[in-house]
Design a protein around this ligand. Structure first.
Ligand code: XIL
Length: 375
């Protein structure tokens, strides 16, 4: 039989498949994202309490096969884990940590202190008045001690504080800031470290490419370090679009943070393909629906799918250039139908921000991210 290119390649893959079987794992493992990027950074995704109640299915299969780091999408947020003063819902958290242990994922805690998805009772007296600095500090510390204490030794990292800085570089005027002052951040990191000394502690935020925000985050890192408070990393969320942000500015922020001696986590990537006048991830924002803002209800045109793949590839080239500083790169969801971006910042649209399509079919962007490391 003549050895043409086609059967040569077929022969090669048979060979690879049989040697993989001999070694006791499946052929797919060779081109899983976690295997392809294993010398670069952890490759992560998110999981929900609902998914963790299932024992099998395509979602769990993909999470096991492709990723080696996991974050809970919502179930460790104050509103869900600690909805009332004496009520704690640890079941999903325990299932999460057990799942990560069983399948060799690094577990990421998200999130200890945030202005969103925190119940209003936290900030108020029984009469509905602001509770004031000392009592709010006590509540915040109590929450951190209990939650981070519960997870002690089992998490790779904690998002300690989320989104405390505005795009213009000033502190967000959240209830945390207004009632405690800017030192709520230092107090949160200090308490988290006491509760779980082995977890990496991260400051996490969106729009980290904006120069004023970059400068403010650098100043925050310096100030915490000057006070002897441990901050080990910065989470750059990465809710991006086809034409924003400027990747050069994003790269400058990676460099600026790495120069401060902290690790970078790209914590929440999705690539929005819909018209989006609102370039932020402040989750309370909602804009009005209009059909022209929802142009791909019947499917993603191949040209846009290619554009998204180009964008993903460009982003990953930047990330690979800085792999020494980057500890983890996580997507914020698996399949397009599951993404929060179908409802943010406009409810009820059909968006395509992730690596798998609505029926778990592999998208062009996923093929490109694999190809980038298979050449
Ligand atoms: C989002 C979740 O994906 C949604 O299910 C939820 O309704 C709102 O929050 N920045 C963060 C994440 O740090 O926690 C947010 O997750 C997305 C923006």
């Amino acid at each position: 039989m003549a050895l043409n290119r086609r059967n040569f390649l077929a022969g090669l893959s048979l060979l690879a498949a049989s040697s993989a079987l001999r070694k006791g794992f499946e052929f797919e493992d060779f081109h899983s994202l976690k295997a392809l990027y294993k010398d670069d950074f952890l490759f992560g995704n998110i999981i929900t309490g609902k998914q963790l109640e299932k024992s099998s299915g395509p979602e769990l299969e993909l999470l096991e096969r492709e990723f080696n780091a996991l974050t809970m999408e919502n179930d460790m947020k104050w509103q869900l884990v600690h909805p009332a003063p004496e009520v704690w819902h640890f079941d999903p958290v325990n299932r999460f940590m057990d799942f990560c242990d069983r399948h060799g994922h690094q577990a990421i805690g998200h999130v200890l202190v945030w202005h969103s998805q925190t119940p209003s009772w936290v900030f108020e007296t029984e009469q509905g008045k602001p509770i004031g600095r000392q009592q709010l500090l006590d509540r915040m510390k109590g929450h951190i001690q209990t939650l981070a204490g519960h997870c002690k030794g089992r998490l790779y990292a904690w998002d300690v504080v989320n989104e405390a800085i505005e795009d213009n570089g000033t502190f967000r005027k959240s209830a945390w800031y207004q009632q405690i002052g800017a030192d709520f951040i230092a107090e949160a990191f200090r308490t988290a470290h006491e509760a779980d000394p082995s977890a990496q502690l991260l400051y996490n935020d969106y729009n980290m490419h904006i120069p004023a925000k970059r400068r403010a985050v650098v100043a925050l890192i310096r100030s915490l370090k000057a006070q002897g408070i441990p901050i080990h990393g910065v989470g750059m969320q990465g809710h991006i679009g086809l034409d924003y942000p400027d990747l050069n500015e994003f790269e400058k922020s990676i460099k600026a943070f790495a120069n401060e001696g902290v690790k970078i986590h790209i914590s929440e990537i999705d690539i929005d393909v819909l018209p989006n006048p609102y370039r932020s991830a402040e989750i309370s924002t909602r804009l009005n629906y209009a059909p022209w803002k929802d142009p791909y209800r019947e499917g993603l045109p191949p040209a846009v799918s290619d554009e998204q793949a180009d964008r993903g590839e460009a982003l990953f080239k930047v990330l690979l250039n800085h792999k020494e500083s980057i500890e983890r790169v996580s997507f914020w969801g698996l399949a397009d139908g599951m993404s929060w971006k179908n409802n943010f910042p406009i409810r009820g649209r059909v968006n395509y921000p992730l690596l798998w399509g609505r029926n778990f079919e592999e998208k062009e962007i996923l093929r490109r991210l694999r190809a980038l490391k298979s050449q």
